[in-house]
Design a protein around this ligand. Structure first.
Ligand SMILES: *[C@@H]1O[C@H](CO)[C@@H](O)[C@H](O)[C@H]1NC(C)=O
Ligand SMILES: *[C@@H]1O[C@H](CO)[C@@H](O)[C@H](O)[C@H]1NC(C)=O
Ligand SMILES: *[C@@H]1O[C@H](CO)[C@@H](O)[C@H](O)[C@H]1NC(C)=O
Ligand SMILES: *[C@@H]1O[C@H](CO)[C@@H](O)[C@H](O)[C@H]1NC(C)=O
Length: 374
């Protein structure tokens, strides 16, 4: 059931006059951003200071303490300080889901440090970057929409989405729903700000990457809204369900991760054409939709550690001796072989239900074999 009638605006990039000056400025701006890092609003995910009391009572303004915000993001931060905690939580949710989806892969979405978060590999316009941008944008939309519903933000409340036409007539519409409409508008404004405030010369590699990022951010948000659905609760005499109240409800974020992982597997390789537009590398495939992920460059070699590409390598990763998939030792260790260790596995076991009402378990430990890439 698709309810939302959000307007998708194209993420077109404004053309700039090709004067020498603008080229020089563009170059300088790009160079500065390269040093600072391309995605550092993600660092909000690592920041523990986002507790409302701290910035309401504390003397120092919140927004100047946060590193990694672009100019436009700083402005939004000043106007909507109470949103920042949820942007941080959204980014964290996205990165955690990314780590879950990629736990058996050579690139496992591991965070590197507070300021660059996912590291230099994000400078490469690869499928992995496409996934990371999409899922973090999705996480922010999810978190802000939910925060509205929970009454945590001063500028939004429950969803005001109109009643779906196909809802049975005797069901009530109007429980407090996730405010996707507000969440969409705010998260797009905030997350995309970083891309939109840069101007690159038409046809440049930087401009291609900018279009890629904007597209993938939007794809993540669209998947969150497409997966949102109607949820209902029964009322009536002792569970008779004679009355139902329904509202708009976001899907579980795991579902968003699952769909985005499929999009990662089928991501479209793009290149820039002579008119500064992204076009598909292989024209025999059908053109990508707004929900598909786009990438521009092949992935770096994730097998070996390489500080210039930012690859962490797979040395020290756990692998599965019997699996023939990506988590198997052959593929995970890239043919380098593995070491075998004995490890102690502690589990809850012999759980007993006690009247009434709790479960008590024992802790059982066993020795298991572990395989670790050389
Ligand atoms: C990241 O931030 C946390 C909390 O601010 C701090 O404890 C930690 O040392 C930082 N790590 C790095 C690598 O900067
Ligand atoms: C490390 O990465 C860079 C940039 O991607 C590449 O040119 C270089 O060949 C890589 N080095 C090794 C040892 O693979
Ligand atoms: C992800 O990979 C890195 C580098 O190989 C490793 O240090 C880290 O422990 C891995 N994370 C998980 C959750 O396996
Ligand atoms: C290893 O892979 C096999 C085959 O895919 C699977 O049955 C098994 O559960 C995996 N073991 C672990 C520890 O994940």
């Amino acid at each position: 059931m698709m309810l939302l009638k959000l307007k998708w605006t194209s993420s077109g990039v404004k053309d700039t006059p090709h004067t020498l000056l603008s080229i020089i400025i563009t170059f300088c701006v790009f160079f500065m951003l390269e040093i600072v890092d391309a995605n550092s609003w993600w660092s909000l995910a690592m920041n523990p200071l986002l507790i409302p009391e701290v910035y309401v009572i504390g003397g120092q303004p919140l927004c100047s303490q946060l590193s990694g915000l672009s100019k436009g993001q700083k402005k939004l931060c000043q106007l909507y300080q109470d949103h920042m905690q949820y942007i941080g939580e959204g980014a964290k949710t996205g990165i955690r889901e990314c780590q879950h989806q990629f736990r058996h892969r050579r690139w496992n979405c591991s965070t590197v440090d507070n300021s660059t978060v996912l590291g230099r590999v994000m400078h490469i316009g690869s499928r992995e970057s496409a996934f990371a941008f999409a899922i973090s944008a999705a996480g922010v939309l999810h978190a802000v929409s939910r925060a509205c519903r929970e009454g945590a933000l001063s500028s939004c409340g429950c969803s005001r989405a109109s009643r779906p036409k196909d809802l049975p007539r005797d069901w009530l519409w109007g429980g407090c729903g996730d405010n996707l409409n507000y969440g969409y508008r705010f998260s797009r404004e905030f997350v995309d700000a970083r891309e939109r405030e840069k101007t690159f010369s038409k046809g440049s590699a930087e401009s291609a990457r900018q279009m890629m990022n904007l597209h993938n951010n939007e794809a993540g948000r669209r998947i969150v809204s497409d997966l949102a659905d109607v949820s209902c609760k029964c009322h009536g005499v002792s569970g008779s369900c004679s009355l139902k109240t329904c509202w708009l409800q976001l899907a579980d974020f795991r579902k968003v991760g699952d769909v985005l992982k499929e999009k990662y597997d089928s991501a479209a390789a793009m290149r820039m054409n002579g008119r500064g537009k992204l076009v598909q590398m292989h024209s025999k495939f059908s053109p990508p939709s707004g929900q598909d992920l786009l990438y521009l460059q092949p992935s770096p070699d994730y097998c070996i550690r390489n500080s210039s590409s930012g690859s962490l390598g797979t040395q020290g990763r756990l692998c599965n001796k019997t699996s023939e998939g990506m988590d198997g030792c052959a593929l995970m260790c890239c043919g380098r072989g593995y070491d075998q260790y004995k490890a102690e596995l502690v589990e809850r076991c012999h759980c007993k239900f006690h009247w009434c009402c709790y479960v008590r378990c024992k802790r059982c430990s066993s020795i298991v074999d572990q395989y670790v890439c050389k």
